[in-house]
Design a protein around this ligand. Structure first.
Ligand SMILES: [Zn+2]
Length: 437
């Protein structure tokens, strides 16, 4: 069985989190520049746009142009979708138009998919793709639902099984059968009945476990319950998976391949560590946000990776550290380039090099009985609360500069963040000196 991780998809997180959102109440009270009415139809979602005034052109964000070309069509006569713009064929002004938005058959490109199918009757909509790029104010997005369907978004006190009338404009929203939704003690889950039962159960248990564990270790409870949206398709034989996290503490996990039908320990381990990685972003990407997320993604990605390794799942102890693999991945990703530069932003570099750095920090600061890593993050989050919920590389380096930190860790940070082809031997020696094998 071939297992392929689509880890680049996780790197989308900080971009999505930078988008400011409107909650339902604010959306209902504000004066929106335009309205979007959504309706579920057989082929997807019908979206009727009603603009505040007539215009020659309505322009969307160009980011999703390729997705629109594949899966959107204009229903209104004499209007066309031309890349990111709706225009009149006859050069006339218009003030309303209707689109048919179908699920994207490719479904896995950056940016986030606009619309994904969830089971036979549900959809996951990424609402930012319905916004125009020419106005700062957000529209009012409403959804009309048949009996038995629900619109559900994360971010409230607890995602309830009550339909939303106005959709938030910055996150994933599930639109589909209410029967797909289940509420747990600390989270809510959307899982269509076609999902392999073991997979749904494993994901739910992992989410409940990590959310309580992280809250305890970081001494910070989440202000809302996360929403987990699960999908599976039998397409292909190999077990593939990808996922992303948007505001509203919402995680979308997409599994494909018939291999997922079989409950196997390696697959269970993938699911649990995948969720543990994504859930750490609730703290390091939503409760607090890295000001360096665009330039130094290793800070939020590497820490999520190391948190997932460290937390211990299914009552098991954390697994053996894949440190040599991470060192090799980091070395081949960077060669002689610095992690704090361009090379550190792509491929495996943020994950492998970042996890390696947090492993070094963990070992270098850990007292005999306490986790250095989680204590470090507890303090970073504590500091961020006094700075408007923001943290960055400087805060981490400050905390590591204390007298109790082993000097080998500081050297590893300097070497990996800086450049040089001849540093890898020294890094390996320093890891060894810290007891990391
Ligand atoms: Zn991530």
């Amino acid at each position: 069985m071939q297992l392929l991780a689509m880890r680049w998809a996780l790197a989308l997180l900080p971009v999505a989190l930078c988008v400011a959102g409107l909650d339902a109440a604010r959306a209902a009270n504000a004066q929106p520049p335009y309205q979007v009415d959504l309706r579920v139809v057989d082929a997807g979602l019908e979206a009727e746009f009603r603009l505040g005034s007539a215009t020659d052109e309505f322009r969307f964000d160009a980011l999703a142009d390729e997705i629109r070309a594949r899966s959107w069509s204009v229903i209104t006569c004499n209007l066309v979708l031309d890349q990111d713009s709706i225009r009149s064929r006859k050069q006339r002004k218009f003030s309303r138009f209707t689109l048919l938005i179908r699920p994207d058959p490719a479904g896995h490109d950056q940016p986030y998919p606009v619309l994904q199918r969830v089971g036979a009757d549900g959809y996951l909509l990424y609402t930012p793709h319905l916004l125009t790029s020419t106005m700062n104010a957000a529209p009012q997005i409403r959804v009309r639902l048949r009996r038995g369907l629900i619109a559900l978004a994360g971010g409230g006190k607890h995602p309830k099984r009550e339909p939303l009338q106005f959709l938030p404009t910055d996150r994933y929203v599930f639109i589909g059968p209410i029967d797909y939704v289940s509420l747990q003690a600390h989270s809510a889950t959307v899982a269509p009945p076609e999902m392999p039962a073991w997979l749904t159960l494993t994901a739910i248990n992992a989410m409940e476990h990590v959310v309580t564990q992280y809250a305890q270790r970081l001494d910070e409870r989440l202000s809302t319950s996360p929403l987990l949206v699960l999908q599976h398709s039998d397409e292909g034989a190999d077990a593939l998976w990808r996922g992303d996290t948007t505001p509203g503490y919402t995680i979308s996990l997409r599994f494909s391949g018939s291999a997922w039908r079989q409950n196997a320990p390696p697959l269970r381990a993938i699911v649990t560590s995948f969720i543990a990685h994504e859930a750490f972003h609730f703290w390091n990407g939503e409760a607090a946000l890295s000001r360096d997320s665009a330039t130094q993604p290793w800070l939020h990605e590497g820490s999520a990776e190391y948190a997932a390794e460290s937390i211990g799942m299914d009552g098991r102890e954390p697994g053996p550290a894949p440190v040599m693999q991470q060192l090799e991945e980091c070395r081949s990703a960077l060669q002689d380039a610095p992690l704090a530069g361009q090379a550190g932003r792509s491929g495996l570099a943020p994950y492998s090099c970042g996890a390696l750095l947090f492993r070094a920090a963990d070992h270098a600061t850990k007292p005999a009985t306490e986790s250095g890593f989680f204590e470090l993050w507890r303090r970073i989050l504590q500091r961020s609360r006094a700075q408007g919920g923001v943290y960055g590389v400087n805060e981490l380096r400050d905390l590591l500069a204390g007298p109790h930190t082993r000097p080998e860790a500081t050297e590893i940070f300097d070497l990996i963040l800086g450049g040089g082809a001849d540093r890898w031997q020294t890094i390996a020696q320093d890891l060894h000196a810290l007891g990391i094998e």
